[in-house]
Design a protein around this ligand. Sequence first.
Ligand SMILES: [Zn+2]
Length: 221
Amino acid sequence: MTLGPIAAGLVVASAAIIGTLVYRSASSSAPSFSEVLRDDHGGTTTEDDGAVAEDDGALPGDVTVFDDEYPGVANLDPDLLQALREAATDAADDGVEFNVNSGWRTPAYQNQLLREAVSKYGSEEEAARWVATADTSPHVAGNAIDIGFDARAWLSEHGAKYGLCQIYSNEPWHYELRPAATDNGCPAMYADPTHDPRMHNDGHVRPSRPDPGDPAGLSQA
Ligand SMILES: [Zn+2]
């Protein structure tokens, strides 16, 4: 069956409704319907049938941190990717390969994962323990990698030396770059993503630093 424009529209609308429900459970101020809808249109490469493509960050099996031809790898933050490649080069001496289960993702791909998680776990609250929204996911920002099983034990032991840290106790595959870890070791883990303050924004992008012409930030009120 081929989805016509009306059916495809319904899929997008359903996604927006689910996204809104998740936001409501995670935050007291939900984004407007149009904001969620716009996010869902953020990934222009998603095929009409809703399947994600490699341009969305989807990866086939056996992709390594050196496989630049895949956007899911190539669009990772350059510093994260460099640290991963340094670690993978050293790990290869121990016979360990750094496969990438998931890296960078488009908002559309992230939203699909969230829909699947809501279906799998049965509630928005439980899904939020495993999958972030497109607005909060470090994967969408290119700042996280889900590492293949074979490298997890090696990274758990040696990752901090490269600034590579597990962030959530319930996700032994999810690594991000924490540069200070090379000196201080990795920070304490959050039990799961719902404990991560980054997951509690209200969907609105804030300036990362004060406007230099307005040091008190008064114009942002
Ligand atoms: Zn992850």
